[in-house]
Design a protein around this ligand. Sequence first.
Ligand SMILES: Cc1cc2nc3c(=O)[nH]c(=O)nc-3n(C[C@H](O)[C@H](O)[C@H](O)COP(=O)(O)OP(=O)(O)OC[C@H]3O[C@@H](n4cnc5c(N)ncnc54)[C@H](O)[C@@H]3O)c2cc1C
Length: 313
Amino acid sequence: MTKPLKNLEEIAVIGGGLAGLSAARQAARLGRLVTLFEGSGLYGGLVATIGEVDDLPFPGTWSGQDLAMHLYEQARKVGVRVVEWPVERITNGDRIELIDGSGTGYKPEAVIIATGGSLRKLGAPGEEEFAGRGVSHCATCDGGFYAGKHVVVIGGGDGAVHEALTLAKALSASGGKVTMVCRSPLSARREHIDKLDARDNVRFVWDSEVTAITGEGKVQAIATRDVKTGAASIIACDGVFPFIGIEPVNHFAPAALLGASGHVAAGADLLTADKRIFVAGAARSGFGGTGIEAMAEGVSAAEAAHRLLSGKL
Ligand SMILES: Cc1cc2nc3c(=O)[nH]c(=O)nc-3n(C[C@H](O)[C@H](O)[C@H](O)COP(=O)(O)OP(=O)(O)OC[C@H]3O[C@@H](n4cnc5c(N)ncnc54)[C@H](O)[C@@H]3O)c2cc1C
């Protein structure tokens, strides 16, 4: 049964990734009572497992964890209250009501949705069976297990290229190799593609999709299909790293706030169909994709929510 509603916050920020942490900190800096909800127990979301976050406009080298914990500490310093439960439901009637995973209810005046996304599944046989036994979503965590071996990265976007590069660097001293299996031309940024091209232990299999991951007790091969000719092939390998895109996390949001893609629909003003609810980062339709954009949108959403609560929006 749902517990009584508390009203300890003006602004609820849902999600402790780069967008949510930045939003919560900024809203608290503007003097608002802010509660941040993080459902996984791990701050940083999609970058939490990234060994080195690229394209940051400030000095130094940051792992995703270090960056997230820095933002987390900054947010705590300015008084952000943290609830380590996922938000299970938003109801937007006369008052907004949130219910978290413990069954506790909240009645914030404004909400910033910053729930980002999760890595899309391949949906191929073997993916679940070999999870943690050769199928991985973290080059930084698991690359070290493949010294001298052959791994496959599936995908062609920024995430796939970033992770292929991490693996190529980690495996090069031991003679390990990386094959990228791409269904369409690489869509990652040019500078990252150039870095990958410069590695001599990376090769590409174009116009192909993975139809199965196979092995006995551990990954030993993938089956592929040429999307133009239909030809089937087998590639022997020891590890598989799928990065084929990001799906929005939206099960808790009112359907009226979602666009056709399943993302929360909002334009550059970050305002959803409900003027008390904002969205920032990878949860938003039309999000640009980078960490700095997620942080910037978090700050902008906080500013907009503050203006709303000040009667200026
Ligand atoms: C493999 C890979 C590598 C990348 N490398 C780079 C890079 O080098 N540089 C760069 O700039 N960008 C990189 N990106 C992109 C970057 O990760 C994203 O732009 C950014 O992390 C999006 O942040 P976000 O806060 O919007 O979402 P997310 O990072 O997805 O964070 C969302 C958070 O919300 C939480 N959450 C979800 N649902 C709920 C709920 N119901 N209740 C409470 N909490 C919830 C999640 O647990 C998560 O912590 C990479 C992405 C990938 C996939």
